[in-house]
Design a protein around this ligand. Structure first.
Ligand code: AMP
Ligand code: ZN
Length: 487
């Protein structure tokens, strides 16, 4: 078995991975979406990166020995604001909030399914983990109570705050000075805070405008960070193997998760490995909602924003994997075109209907801290060894790797067809049956050694924007011709 090595943001080193408790299998937690608006393609990056890691772990340890939790943040001030804006008072505000988060979550699922990502083992909703009546069921209120009891949190004006100076190891993940942390967290100096770094665990809610739960500190709602400590603790345990998310979550979100979890449970660490993906950039800036420079997954897959073309999830997936997950990606339409050509080529050569089974070379590349650029180079090398399209051991091997990586031949082919159809219509005057007829006529001319005629037919098609590709079976010498729309 290939030795898995992963880079850990906490220790700043790449080191061998082994499950903390082999009997429980590998336990991984990734911070998921805040469900108030469509996910953009920057948000798609952690989803795709950790999907590849999930597939790798399932291969190495067995599908039943990997638990992947990705939470749904469905309590948040942006959600409250959005729901309040569209609230018509026909139903309670809480029902309005639930409708908004349900609708956004359904779209998120449609998006990530279209990107070829497996569903995680659990997708807990934060609102289900605020307060759970059974005494043994861990929830946010119970963790906050523990933090208060252990002297790591205090109550002030209906708020509960984490007492940052009570934890000497605070800042270890981010490795920043106190001044940098204060600036980075954009902390407000609120009257209920003893120290500007202290962060909110619980805050009061206005029952007219905001969702809330009864708690020992009055009617209120949780702060942002506590949900991940509760859901990871309840579903994976106090210490688990891998915690992931985008690099922007290192500080303050993950630093605060560590503070809450370690201080509540009296543990040294929360996760054995911390993994963070780099940003998806647009013209030198992080793609983000607040900058307004984003493209939603939905738009990319369905609209004509990119020069009249829409795209299929497989293309986005490959474009994302061409860059190592810790590096930034500079997003361009050209990258999508290149990935389209690569997939077109791979599917043309790979044998269809293969089981999902990766090659040792692919696993070797992925086991080296998810080296997807190296993995893609291995697939190109494999592709170059294929002699007859879709036939032979190498063609089958390529097909097995593509299936393992979540690339879907039928989905890609359906998209190619619909796109070609649209282009043919735009070119005018030629359709698929006409092309097939001309190809057959050209092959007949070649057989009759009438090369002038076969060249004339090819030129006629090229003039109409159709490129022909000939492939010869080395055993029988028989020629087959396929076509595509030349860009
Ligand atoms: P958010 O909805 O902003 O909390 O983000 C959800 C996930 O997407 C988090 O893991 C973020 O770190 C990640 N993310 C947001 N923007 C980007 C981006 N431009 N590039 C890569 N990851 C991102
Ligand atoms: Zn989180």
């Amino acid at each position: 078995m290939a030795e898995l090595k992963l880079y850990d943001t906490l220790t700043r080193e790449k080191r061998p991975f082994a499950p903390l408790d082999p009997a429980r299998g590998v336990r991984m937690y990734v911070c998921g979406p805040t469900v108030y608006d469509f996910a953009h393609i920057g948000n798609a990056r952690p989803v795709i990166v950790f999907d590849v890691l999930f597939r790798l772990l399932r291969h190495l340890y067995g599908a039943d020995h990997v638990t992947y939790v990705r939470n749904i943040t469905d309590v948040d001030d942006k959600i409250n604001k959005r729901a309040f804006e569209r609230w018509t008072h026909e139903r309670p505000l809480t029902a309005e909030i639930r409708a908004l988060t349900d609708q956004t979550l359904a779209q998120f699922h449609a998006d990530v399914d279209a990107l070829g990502c497996l569903r995680p083992s659990h997708e807990p909703r934060a609102t289900d983990f605020v307060c759970r009546p059974e005494p043994s069921a861990l929830d946010m209120i119970k963790i906050i109570e523990r933090l208060i009891a252990r002297g790591h949190a205090y109550v002030e004006q209906g708020h509960v705050l984490f007492d940052v100076p009570s934890m000497p190891a605070y800042g270890k993940l981010a490795r920043r000075s106190l001044d940098e942390m204060v600036a980075g967290a954009r902390v407000d100096v609120a009257p209920y805070k003893r120290d500007p770094m202290d962060f909110v665990l619980w805050k009061p809610s206005d029952p007219e405008k905001e969702p809330g739960w009864e708690s020992p500190w009055g009617f209120g709602r949780p702060g942002w960070h506590i949900e991940c400590s509760a859901m990871s603790g309840a579903l994976l345990g106090e210490v688990f193997d891998i915690h992931g998310g985008g690099i922007d979550l290192v500080f303050p979100h993950h630093e605060n998760e560590i503070a809450q979890t370690c201080c509540a449970f009296g543990t040294e660490r929360m996760a054995n490995f911390w993994m963070h993906n780099g940003f998806l950039m647009v013209e030198g800036e992080k793609m983000s909602k607040s900058l307004g420079n984003f493209i939603t997954i939905r738009e990319l897959l369905a609209s004509d924003r990119f020069g009249g073309q829409n795209w299929v999830g497989d293309v986005l997936r490959l474009a994302m994997l061409k860059t190592h997950y810790r590096q930034p990606i500079d997003w361009t339409a050209e990258g999508l075109n290149e990935s389209t050509n690569t997939l077109d080529d791979w599917f043309r050569l790979a044998a269809p209907d293969q089981p999902a089974e990766p090659s040792p070379a692919v696993i070797g590349a992925l086991a080296d801290d998810l080296n997807t650029p190296k993995m893609i180079a291995e697939l190109h090398a494999l592709r170059n060894r294929i002699r007859v399209p879709q036939q032979g051991a190498e063609a089958e091997e390529l097909g097995r790797n593509l299936a393992f990586l979540g690339f879907d031949r039928a989905r890609f082919a359906a998209w190619q067809k619909s796109r070609e159809h649209a282009v043919l219509q735009a070119l005018g005057g030629i359709d698929e049956t006409e092309i097939e007829r001309l190809i057959a006529a050209r092959l007949a001319a070649r057989k009759a050694r009438n090369f002038a005629e076969s060249d004339r037919i090819r030129d006629e098609l090229v003039a109409k924007g159709i490129a022909l590709m000939d492939a010869k079976d080395p055993a029988t010498g028989e020629l087959t011709t396929t076509w595509k729309v030349a860009r």
